[in-house]
Design a protein around this ligand. Structure first.
Ligand code: MN
Length: 339
């Protein structure tokens, strides 16, 4: 039995989700199953056409829904889970016990863990540490901004390796090891240990780069990293330096692509209410209410800058007009994407 597991690539929660669900499928259904892992990224105009669902079971975790009939398991917690209204209708009509969306969950890993416990009475006790950290990392549940930029805990170190490892085969290897090994053991693996080299220094250097590149627009921090070689940044680091901002927006180059990242300060005392996934969906992006992104194609830097200007205007307006509910958006059902 061959099981294809497709997961959100370069993401701690994506990797942990793939590890947990594949571990369950192996323990519960297929003790001799052969697992093939594949990470996928949000790219402009993403379609599932390029992905081969060649397993006897095909699993997608922490990533968008696919209507492909060969997909047998799907778990996601993103508000922007559906590429189209047809996808959402298809999901609702399927009403499958193996396809679950809950955008109120901090991480896809904890969504899967809770669901498997409830529906299948399945618990992988050794993976509880992984589930716990996926919730903190993906849900930005760190107690302080200092904790969010920590470089010493095994979870923080493994997160950096997953986000920065260039070879997809190594990222798949980490997922495989996450099923049975502790984070400490994975970091000591002879193939994985060398990948940590330089990552902590890069994070320390990023503090200076952010200080230099940050522009304040009231309670919004805008960080243009396109003139640097930073392709990925710690989205919570800006709140360490600029504790009083409500939102941090960043523009980055990722290879040929341009990425606009939108984030809310989890420690903000003024609790901004803007749903950033809904904002990102207007430009073809998506994510969660508190953290979202828009990925644009080559040559789209001017458009990225225009989007950031528009988002600054939108968020500046929302600040004064819409802060009456006192709670965050999000919930059990995803809203249809705004096209
Ligand atoms: Mn996730």
């Amino acid at each position: 039995m061959r099981i294809r597991v497709i997961y959100h690539d370069r993401c701690f929660d994506g990797a942990a989700s793939a590890a947990l669900l594949s571990r369950f499928l192996q323990d519960y259904y297929y003790c001799d199953g052969v697992f093939a892992f594949q990470g996928v990224l949000h790219t402009p105009g993403f379609l599932w056409d390029s992905i081969s669902f060649d397993g006897d079971e095909n699993v997608i975790v922490d990533f968008r829904y696919s209507r492909d009939p060969r997909v047998t398991w799907w778990f996601d917690h993103h508000q922007s889970a559906f590429l189209s209204p047809e996808d959402e209708l298809h999901f609702q009509a399927a009403n499958s016990r193996h396809k679950v969306l809950d955008s109120s969950c901090s991480s896809c890993t904890s969504l899967i863990a809770d669901y498997l416990k409830r529906e299948f009475a399945y618990v992988a006790a050794e993976l509880e540490e992984l589930v716990h950290w996926a919730d903190i990392i993906d849900g930005a549940k760190y107690p302080t901004p200092e904790a969010a930029v920590d470089l010493l805990s095994p979870a923080s170190r493994l997160k950096l390796v997953i986000e920065n490892a260039k070879d997809p085969a190594v990222r798949n290897l980490i997922v495989r090891k996450m099923r049975y090994r502790s984070m400490e053991e994975i970091l000591e693996d002879p193939v994985i240990a060398p990948l940590e080299h330089g990552l902590a220094d890069d994070q320390l250097a990023l503090i200076d780069i952010l200080l230099e590149k940050c522009e304040r627009h009231g309670r919004i921090a805008v960080i243009d990293l396109t003139g640097t070689d930073v392709e990925r940044h710690n989205k919570l680091m800006p709140y360490l330096m600029f504790a009083d901002v409500d939102y941090a927006l960043a523009i980055l180059r990722m290879g040929d692509l341009v990425k606009v990242s939108l984030g809310t300060n989890p420690w903000s005392k003024t609790a901004p209410l803007a749903n950033l996934a809904t904002v990102a969906e207007r430009y073809g992006g998506g994510g969660h209410s508190a953290v979202a992104g828009i990925t644009l194609g080559p040559g789209q830097l001017p458009r990225a800058r225009r989007i950031v200007e528009e988002v600054i205007d939108q968020l500046s307006m929302e600040k004064t007009t819409d802060r009456t509910n006192g709670h965050r958006p999000g919930g059990l059902r995803a809203k249809a994407p705004v096209r």
